[in-house]
Design a binder for this molecule. Structure first.
Ligand code: AMP
Ligand code: GLY
Length: 433
């Protein structure tokens, strides 16, 4: 069977690698892919990105199933184009992808369906936005309404920062159309977790839990990034909290979308803020929805899949996810991102990467921004690699991952040396898969 994975990051490498393990899959095309998704045998890159071209390719090659990694093709309607031609694809339609592509849509949806989230208001007029911030005080969070490639959220600790963010988004148009509307919301405190599920319009299958590290530097300092590392499972999500998240957030979201006439299909990622403490009833609020898997969360999650991922995906596109299951490796997985010099502002490209190990079931180096050029693998963007390892504990997974990190080299590489610190806190014991 032939599979197509759309995207070019570490998430897509991990998805393609896992799908290639299915005994029923003999080819995984990755469009456009990267330096790690071109093995020549099972994985092959295809230099396409437009929805119509991708659909032509899938038809011509007899691709049985397509999986979409990133949000941009979803927001561009790739699922609508494939479905109109009767092609099987897993992802949300353009209308359903608004849960991620418009923060204002997502907030209004959550309020309408009683899904817990931070208090907010939406503005297009800078004067009104400034006045609201003055009235609410700092800390406060300013978000561009549209997709802004991870640059659209400012957690302002002072009023000045909040006013500057409003000026930058509504005033000078630095984020273009994405920033023409802003959501201003209450700043929540607590611990974040990534909760990712598969949805077929009606039924939900939860994936293993995970947590990522958004800040560039150790100790959660420095600028926000797309994610500098992640691990699975997330010890904070106890079985009790897992149950509550499904009941209070995930199921009402899936039911709410169906009620609104926009049934949700695809991966759904709820970014959560879990209030501090250990009261089992403490608030859990939704910070954001993503209409895709997380990157780098996907890398450790894919390392832990033991059953055939294709089975679950087939059920998902057939609307029979209630009959699907995924078995998870009981071990922990942890991934460390190696980023390019000057990431996240203006990452340098073209550095030669050396010391890449052969593929190994217990430690994989997933490529994110690499290209194969003149027989070498070179950096081609911000987050370059994600070294992901399994271990009997988070500590052991982390040791194995950092051993490989030490062996891989490129000039200017940046990485955090403390990935997984929250999971190593002594209070975290009981976990859900
Ligand atoms: P988002 O794209 O909405 O997830 O925002 C990116 C990051 O900003 C989140 O992962 C949080 O770290 C932070 N953030 C977003 N909204 C809030 C909020 N209401 N309170 C505190 N932090 C937030
Ligand atoms: N790692 C966070 C995200 O994928 O949005």
């Amino acid at each position: 069977m032939k599979i197509l994975v759309i995207g070019s990051g570490g998430r897509e490498h991990a998805l393609a690698w896992r799908l290639a393990r299915s005994p029923r899959v003999h080819k995984v095309y990755v469009a456009p892919g990267n330096g790690g998704t071109q093995t020549g045998q099972q994985l092959e890159n295809v230099a396409l990105s437009q929805p119509e071209e991708l659909a032509d390719f899938a038809q011509r090659e007899g691709v049985a199933l397509t999986v979409v990694g990133p949000e941009a093709p979803l927001a561009a309607g790739v699922v609508d184009v494939f479905r109109a031609r009767g092609l099987k694809i897993f992802g949300p339609t353009r209308a359903a992808a608004q849960l991620e592509s418009s923060k204002d849509y997502a907030k209004a949806f959550m309020i309408r369906h009683n899904i817990p989230t931070a208090r907010y208001q939406t503005f297009t007029d800078p004067a009104q936005a400034h006045a609201y911030v003055d009235q609410e005080g700092a800390p406060i969070v300013i978000k561009a309404d549209g997709l802004a490639a991870g640059k659209g959220v400012v957690v302002a600790t002072t009023l000045q920062e909040a006013h500057d963010a409003i000026d930058a988004m509504l005033g000078d148009g630095s984020l273009g159309a994405a920033g023409a509307r802003v959501v201003i919301e209450e700043c929540l405190i607590g611990e974040e977790a990534s909760f990712i599920v598969m949805v077929d319009g009606r039924n939900v299958l939860a994936l293993a839990t995970s947590q990522d590290h958004k800040r560039l530097r150790d100790g959660d300092e420095g600028p926000n990034t797309g994610g500098m590392g992640a691990y699975s499972p997330a010890p904070i999500v106890t079985p009790e909290l897992h149950h509550r998240i499904m009941r209070e957030i995930i199921l009402p979201t899936v039911q709410g979308m169906a009620q609104d006439g926009i049934p949700y299909t695809g991966f759904l990622y709820a970014g959560l803020m879990i209030a501090p403490g250990d009261d089992p009833d403490r608030p859990i609020k939704t910070l954001e929805f993503n209409c895709r898997m997380g990157d780098p969360e996907t890398q450790p999650i894919m390392m832990r899949v033991k059953s055939d991922l294709l089975d679950a995906l087939e059920h998902a596109v057939e609307g029979t996810l209630d009959q699907a299951d995924i078995t998870w490796d009981r071990r922990s997985a942890l991934g460390v991102v190696l980023a390019a010099a000057n990431y996240p502002a203006t990452p340098r490209t073209g550095d030669v990467i050396s010391g890449l190990p052969a593929d190994n079931d217990d430690c994989m180096v997933f490529h994110a921004a690499t290209v194969a050029e003149d027989g070498q693998i070179k950096t081609s963007g911000g987050r370059v690699l994600c070294v992901t390892a399994l271990g009997d504990s988070v500590r052991m997974a982390r040791e194995r991952a950092y051993q490989t990190v030490n062996a891989v080299h490129f000039d200017g590489r940046q990485y955090r040396s403390d990935i997984g610190w929250r999971a190593l806190k002594p209070s975290q014991q009981k976990t859900k898969p």
